[in-house]
Design a protein around this ligand. Sequence first.
Ligand code: HEC
Ligand code: HEC
Length: 145
Amino acid sequence: MKNTIFTTTATVFMLLLLPGTLAAGVESLRGPLPLDAPAKIFPAKKQQKAEGGFERGWKQQPPQIPHEIDKDRISLRENTCLKCHSKENHEKEKAPEVGESHYVDRTGKKLTKISQRRWFCNQCHVPQVDAQPLVGTTFEPLPQK
Ligand code: HEC
Ligand code: HEC
């Protein structure tokens, strides 16, 4: 009987106090704001630009985008990246041509139009901002040969 009382007291103690202890010092990303209050607006991070492009981490890495893409649009019908990077336009626009691999379908057949697999450029190519990583990383680029 004594034991039961003890166990019950201990359980009640844990149920009431433990969540409180765990929650202390923990804050959500939007801060201690009421649910219906708008969160603080963070200043937009500045995009990094790199003259001549960013160095690749390894040979086959999709190169990162060294310029702004805010005004570019990629949709079912439209792809403004190709105005500069396609086979036809890259010389005129003095932009690097998309890789050969971008004109090959999944069976290895060469195409005259950009492969559908490469249509959504920002699936693989992304711009960079000057921001601290959220978690640490020990990644190091492969030595360039
Ligand atoms: C107005 C022309 C123009 C448009 C539009 C454009 N780019 Fe570029 N892009 C360039 C030029 C010029 C460079 C070379 C810049 C340099 O090396 O400093 C470049 C560089 C790049 C590179 C780096 C290539 C490398 O080998 O390092 C990537 C990747 C890229 N662009 C992707 C894109 C994507 C994706 C879009 C659409 C969201 C896009 N670009 C839209 C002109 C353009
Ligand atoms: C599925 C991933 C993927 C997609 C989607 C993709 N790329 Fe790439 N891209 C790569 C990889 C990987 C490389 C490097 C190897 C190569 O050239 O194939 C590359 C290389 C490039 C290069 C540099 C070529 C060179 O010789 O230096 C440019 C420019 C580029 N891509 C632009 C684009 C544009 C513009 C689009 C959209 C129309 C696009 N890519 C879509 C993966 C992708």
